[in-house]
Design a protein around this ligand. Structure first.
Ligand code: FE2
Length: 393
C-alpha cells in the first residue's frame, strides 16, 4: 500500500562524515595518495604542546599555523590560494575546524567567491558541488568541546562590529573526523574544562531545540552523562576518553538541529567582555534547564537523574544543581577573571535576539527575561578587571 500523499515524513538524522577513534591497531587511511597537495591548518598551541600530533601531518604538507579562539574573516583571506590543492587537514580546537571549513569553501568555489559573498549567500556553493568529490577534508579535534568537526557550519567573529557570522553548507561536512584522546592530554585543565562546558551546552541545546527527535535526544543525553562524569572525576585517562566520546555524541546531536537559546545569549557576553565561548555558552544552562520542565518533562527528568547520579543536590531544583556543578568545576572562578560588569544587559538582550537561534528553542524567553538573566550574571560575578588570561585567548 502506498503512503497517502497527505502523510509526511520527517528526516531525523543525516551525517556524511566517517568517524574514527584512535586505535593502537593501524587505522584505515582516508588519504591513500600521499603525493597530492595537502594543506594542514593547525593550532599553534596544540602543535607546540602535543608530541602525538605529528603523526597526523603528512611529510609533504604545507602548514598554516594559527592561534586565538575566535576565527575572523580576515584570517581566512590571509591564507594563500594553492593551485591543485586536494587535501585539507584541520588539527586543533573549534577555531581551527572553522577555518579549515571556511578555506574548503573558498577552494570549492575555485577562489571565485570571497568569504563575505559566501556568508551572504551560502547557496553559491550549490553550483560548486561538482568539485567536492575531488577535495578531501579531514578534521582532527585536539579539544573536545566545539564538535565543529561534525557540523557543516563555520563561524567568524567580527569583534569590532560586535557580530558573529556563520556560513553553513552541506558540502562543508568533513569527509573524515578523527578523535584521538591523547591530543588533549597536554592542554591545561582550565582549557579542557571550558571546552567540555561548550560540549555540555551543545548537548543540552539539542534537547530543547525545536527539531529534537528521539535519536538526537539519545545522543545528547549520552553526551551530558559523559561530560558530567568527566568534569566531576579526576581520573585523567578516563576523563579524556569520556570527553572525546561526549564531543562525538553531542556533535551528532546538534549537527542535526543546531545550537539554540544558550548560544544566542552567549554571543553578547563573548563580544562585550571576551569571555571564552564555552564558558559563556554554558553560563545560563541552569536557568534554561529549569524552563525545560514544562515542554519536555521526560528530558528534564533524565537530566535531573544525571545530576543526581553525579552527586548534585536536587532539593532546590535543577537550576541550583547546575549552578552547584558550574561552581564545583571552577567555572565561576574563571568567569570572574573577565570584566562581566562591562556588559549592558539591555543591549545584550537586544543583540541576542538578532540571532535566529534565539527562536529555535522549545523554551520561550521574552526580552525582559533575557535582561534579567544578564543582570543576575553581573550581580553574581565580581570582576577583578585584570585583563584576559592569555591561555584562553
Ligand atoms: Fe558552542
Amino acid at each position: 500500500m502506498m503512503v497517502d500523499s497527505s502523510e509526511m515524513f520527517q528526516k531525523y538524522i543525516h551525517h556524511p562524515s566517517d568517524i574514527y577513534f584512535y586505535s593502537r591497531k593501524p587505522i584505515e587511511n582516508p588519504f591513500p595518495d600521499n603525493k597530492k597537495e595537502c594543506l594542514v591548518i593547525v593550532s599553534k598551541s596544540a602543535y607546540e604542546r602535543s608530541d602525538n600530533l605529528a603523526r597526523y601531518i603528512p611529510d609533504h604538507a604545507r602548514i598554516h599555523m594559527r592561534s586565538g579562539s575566535l576565527p575572523s574573516i580576515d584570517e581566512v583571506r590571509g591564507i594563500p590560494s594553492i593551485p591543485g590543492l586536494k587535501y585539507i587537514i584541520g588539527i586543533g580546537g573549534g577555531a581551527v575546524m572553522d577555518v579549515a571549513k571556511e578555506y574548503t569553501a573558498l577552494l570549492l568555489s575555485d577562489y571565485r567567491y570571497g568569504i563575505n559573498e559566501l556568508i551572504a549567500d551560502g547557496n553559491l556553493l550549490d553550483s560548486c558541488q561538482f568539485r567536492r568529490p575531488k577535495i578531501k577534508l579531514r578534521l582532527i579535534p585536539t579539544l573536545f568541546g566545539s564538535s565543529s568537526e561534525l557540523t557543516k557550519t563555520c563561524s567568524f567573529w567580527a569583534l569590532d562590529g560586535g557580530r558573529k557570522f556563520t556560513l553553513s553548507h552541506q558540502s562543508l561536512y568533513a569527509d573524515s573526523v578523527v578523535y584521538d584522546p591523547a591530543l588533549c592530554q597536554s592542554a591545561s585543565k582550565e582549557l579542557i574544562t571550558i571546552s567540555a562546558l561548550d560540549c555540555l551546552a551543545h548537548a543540552m541545546e539539542a534537547c530543547w531545540n525545536k527539531n529534537h527527535c528521539f535519536i538526537t535526544d539519545h545522543f545528547a543525553l549520552g553526551a551530558i552523562r559523559l561530560c558530567m562524569n568527566a568534569l566531576s572525576d579526576n581520573s585523567a585517562d578516563k576523563e579524556f576518553s569520556d570527553l572525546a566520546k561526549a564531543a562525538a555524541l553531542a556533535g551528532l546531536a546538534f549537527a542535526q538541529n543546531g545550537t539554540s537559546l544558550a548560544h544566542a545569549l552567549s554571543y553578547p557576553i563573548t563580544l562585550q567582555s571576551r569571555v571564552p565561548h564555552g564558558l559563556a555558552s554554558s553560563v545560563f544552562l541552569g536557568e534554561l534547564l529549569e524552563n525545560l520542565k514544562t515542554p519536555r518533562p521526560e528530558i528534564y527528568s533524565s537530566i535531573a537523574e544525571i545530576f543526581f547520579n553525579a552527586g548534585f543536590e536536587l532539593a532546590h531544583g535543577l537550576c541550583n544543581a547546575y549552578q552547584d556543578f558550574y561552581k564545583s568545576i571552577g567555572a565561576y572562578d574563571v568567569l570572574n577573571q573577565f570584566d562581566i560588569k562591562c556588559i549592558n544587559p539591555c543591549e545584550a538582550a537586544k543583540s541576542a535576539r538578532l540571532y535566529t537561534k534565539y527562536y529555535s528553542s522549545v523554551i520561550t524567553l521574552f526580552e525582559s527575561q533575557a535582561v534579567d538573566l544578564y543582570k543576575v550574571l553581573i550581580s553574581k560575578t565580581v570582576s577583578n578587571n585584570t585583563g584576559f588570561p592569555k591561555a584562553l585567548l
